[in-house]
Design a binder for this molecule. Structure first.
Ligand SMILES: Nc1nc2c(c(=O)[nH]1)N[C@H]1C(S)=C(S)[C@@H](COP(=O)(O)O)O[C@H]1N2
Ligand SMILES: [Mo]
Length: 333
């Protein structure tokens, strides 16, 4: 970019169209997808867009949109989850959707650049600029471990088989499936190979979780907000629903994590007893449907909860974390 992209609208902007009980579609429609912009929405045409790849590479590159289309196109269905506000990182927000992404594989592009052996991270830069949280930046910048790239990182130009909407990164964004949305830099203009993490406020000051030691205190170390931890939401019944005692009801929802989900349990008694739910297999990196038939015996107020486990047995905490157990209060009438 020789000149800075115009922002319209400028400044922080988000749209979260669906609450969990409205997430009834397996693949979320584009109009219902989450939108999160820290600095505003830059307008760049595909003709003007370029991507510079530099840093620890033997052959730095600059490619245009038509060059990008020359690479084989890959599609992947993946959940897409915002980590929540970096100013309130432990607050659960359930800003999530599940989309079909299309683009070139970053590994195919990097092969041409000949990455040097000492490279360990990729720094990614967006065309947006401005002020967030009282800090003014020239670009939205993130990083990711290089070892993650061969798996399925995309330089994406499609969402649900159509060009990316402007707000979601048109014409081109990074997509790191399995990582929190914050890492998938929109309006991508530059990738720099490096031997250390980036020192942007979005990689140092924000989007790092404090490690908790065994006594429950902060251990001083921090962990980048990269890999998505196990999480689940109940779609039905909806909060506040009144359901009939003595009849069968379907409790169902979605579960996801970076490594997929191995099992989901549901509680109907404030967590005293946890009942295993049926769980659909993971397809690509999509969220997984869980369901359970429940016949409430007596009238009264009931709290339903779901908790998902990955294959290593890691599950959701009761509270105090962005992936805390989700609860739905219903009335059995
Ligand atoms: N350039 C740029 N990329 C960005 C952001 C941003 O503000 N600027 N927001 C990030 C955050 S916090 C999230 S959750 C996702 C949201 O992507 P979406 O708006 O397409 O849903 O984009 C990420 N990529
Ligand atoms: Mo986010």
């Amino acid at each position: 970019m020789t000149s800075r992209a115009k922002l319209d609208p400028p400044g922080f902007f988000r749209r979260i169209p669906l609450a969990p009980h409205q997430m009834t579609q397996s693949v979320t429609s584009v109009k219902d997808a989450i939108v999160l912009c820290h600095l505003g929405v830059p307008h760049i045409s595909d003709a003007a867009w370029t991507l510079t790849i530099d840093g620890l590479v033997s052959r730095p590159h600059r490619i245009g949109f038509s060059d990008l289309l020359e690479y084989p196109k890959h599609t992947i269905t993946s959940f897409h989850e915002c980590a929540g506000s970096p100013l309130a990182p432990a607050e659960p927000t359930r800003r999530v959707c599940n989309l079909r992404w299309g683009g070139a594989r970053l590994s195919d592009i990097l092969r041409v650049c000949d990455v040097k052996p000492e490279a360990r991270f990729i720094w990614s830069y967006g065309a947006d600029h401005g002020t967030f949280g009282g800090v003014t930046v020239e670009t939205y910048q993130k990083d990711l471990p290089l070892e993650r790239v061969p798996e399925d990182v995309l330089i994406a130009y499609e969402m649900n088989d159509a060009p990316l909407p402007l707000e979601n990164g048109y014409p081109v964004r990074l997509l790191v499936p399995g990582f929190y949305g914050t890492n998938s830099v929109k309006w991508l203009t530059r990738l720099t190979l490096a031997d250390r993490r980036a020192d942007s406020p979005f990689t140092t000051r924000w989007y790092n979780d404090s490690e908790i030691d065994e006594a429950g205190g902060a251990a001083g170390a921090s962990r980048p907000v990269w890999s998505v931890a196990p999480e689940s939401v109940i779609v039905a019944p909806a909060p506040g629903a009144t359901i009939a005692a003595g009849l069968d009801h379907l409790i169902w929802g979605w579960a996801w994590s970076d490594a997929g989900i191995a099992r989901v349990e549901v509680s109907m008694d404030e967590g005293l007893e946890w009942v295993p739910a049926a769980l659909a297999p993971r397809i690509e990196r999509a969220w997984q449907r869980f369901s359970l038939t429940w016949r409430p015996a007596r009238p009264g107020a009931i709290r339903l909860q779901s908790r998902a486990y990955n294959a290593d047995g890691v599950t959701q905490p009761n509270n105090g974390a962005r992936n805390a157990i989700y609860c739905v209060d219903v009335t059995v009438g």
